[in-house]
Design a binder for this molecule. Structure first.
Ligand SMILES: NC(=O)c1ccc[n+]([C@@H]2O[C@H](COP(=O)([O-])OP(=O)(O)OC[C@H]3O[C@@H](n4cnc5c(N)ncnc54)[C@H](O)[C@@H]3O)[C@@H](O)[C@H]2O)c1
Length: 386
């Protein structure tokens, strides 16, 4: 029997990146020599979207994912259903049940495809701010050592490949909480006279001397390492510091996957707990499809060692209160919400990413999903199963 997460995705067969036409095209390419993308975390939200994007364009994709997400967060968060879906849909998808910390196993994947490897998209991670403190060693070895493993394997075996690293806005720690905020009826907002007010927070913000959480610290280590492989070794490495990444492909759970988990609670009536800030904390949200299009723009014209904030920006953002209101509207019933005064340690009060730097380097790229559209899609995927 499929879990709710599995059903989520099985109902999304008609979506662009897994649609029938593209599927057939991918199958026709099976067995021929082609460009290869190695995608870590290939059954996760971003990894699976990346795999589908390139498979649909006739690439071969080597996916590395050992479903560690189920170990982090429990069975509800397992991404095994995505792996099975990819294997069923695409002959050109090869799955490797490998831990990115295992050097030999990772190297074997590179050796298998040799110089056909043109792109490495590294999304495997322990992704939760809160979970990290429960096992700092696991968090650090997956996020920091695992990234080193992937960078080194690429340098040794596919030095010409583009390398995409999925970093996070948590590298800025809680510095955003020092911004001058004003309280509005449904959200915190940045003082309109502040330079970040128009477009959001850009890459000039310091990543130093703030409270990062253990997760932020392991991601900083990986982020700076990835920059060096671009700047020091001249490899085509791009670093994408995400705001909230989202979409129906997320195996949302309490500790990770904001909108996906919120909608699950809205549909099922399960209690949703808001932690502090009067529920007016603001996040920008980018659909994984828009994100992967940004990766591809970078791959077409890589700029070694560049760092980009990437998120929904002013185009796609919401406060917790606003997101709850939208879910209630879409589902047609009140949510079961409990408020607790204590905020999560180091949690951002207001985060909106400026994507202006990325847009100036890649002017053809634009966001296509705003929050209502994202939530509508998550609802459609989950309403019969959650
Ligand atoms: N989702 C967000 O809101 C968000 C925000 C900012 C940054 N990010 C970053 O983006 C990346 C992708 O996030 P996501 O939401 O797709 O995460 P996800 O948890 O949905 O996917 C990650 C996948 O990696 C796998 N994985 C974890 N550790 C592994 C290991 N050691 N070896 C092999 N596979 C392993 C997991 O099983 C999972 O399927 C992560 O690096 C995350 O830190 C995510």
């Amino acid at each position: 029997m499929r879990s709710a997460c599995e059903e989520f995705w099985f109902r999304m067969v008609g979506r662009k990146s897994s649609g029938g036409g593209e599927l057939n095209k991918a199958k026709r390419w099976g067995g021929q020599a082609m460009q290869v993308a190695i995608v870590t975390g290939s059954a996760g939200l971003v990894g699976a979207e990346t795999a589908r994007f390139y498979l649909a364009q006739g690439w071969r994709v080597a996916g590395i994912d050992n479903d560690l997400r189920a170990w982090f967060f429990g069975a509800e968060a397992s991404t095994r259903w995505q792996r099975e879906r990819l294997e069923a849909d695409f002959e050109a998808y090869d799955h490797f049940d490998v831990d990115i910390r295992e050097r030999k196993a990772v190297e074997d994947v590179f050796l298998r495809y040799g110089s056909d490897v043109k792109l490495v998209v590294h999304t495997a991670a322990q992704p939760s701010h809160d979970w990290a403190a429960s096992d700092p060693e696991a968090d650090f070895t997956v996020n920091a050592n695992g990234t080193l493993m992937m960078l080194e394997a690429t340098r040794r075996h596919a030095p010409e490949a583009t390398f995409i690293f999925t970093s996070t806005n948590k590298v800025y720690g809680d510095t955003p909480n020092r911004l001058p905020l004003v309280e509005q009826e449904t959200r915190w907002e940045l003082d309109p006279s502040h330079p970040y007010a128009r477009h959001g927070i850009d890459e000039t913000m310091s990543i130093d001397q703030s409270k990062h959480s253990l997760f932020g610290a392991s991601k900083v280590a990986a982020d700076v390492l990835a920059q060096e492989y671009g700047r020091y070794f001249g490899m085509k490495v791009g670093i994408f510091r995400g705001g909230c990444l989202t979409g129906p492909g997320h195996s949302g759970t309490r500790l990770h996957g904001f909108l996906s988990y919120l909608m699950k609670c809205a549909i099922s009536g399960r209690e949703y707990v808001i932690y502090g800030y009067k529920g007016k904390q603001v996040r920008d949200n980018i659909h994984s499809h828009d994100l992967v299009r940004a990766f591809d723009a970078f791959h077409q014209a890589p700029r070694p060692g560049e760092v980009y904030n990437i998120g929904g920006s002013r185009f796609s953002n919401c406060s917790m209160k606003e997101a709850i209101g939208l879910c209630e509207q879409i589902v047609g019933k009140k949510m079961n919400v409990r408020y607790v005064e204590d905020n999560r340690i180091g949690d951002h009060i207001w985060w909106i990413s400026s994507v202006e730097k990325f847009k100036s380097h890649y002017p053809e790229w634009r966001l296509t999903y705003d929050v209502p559209r994202i939530l509508g899609e998550i609802y459609e995927a989950g309403r019969h199963t959650t």
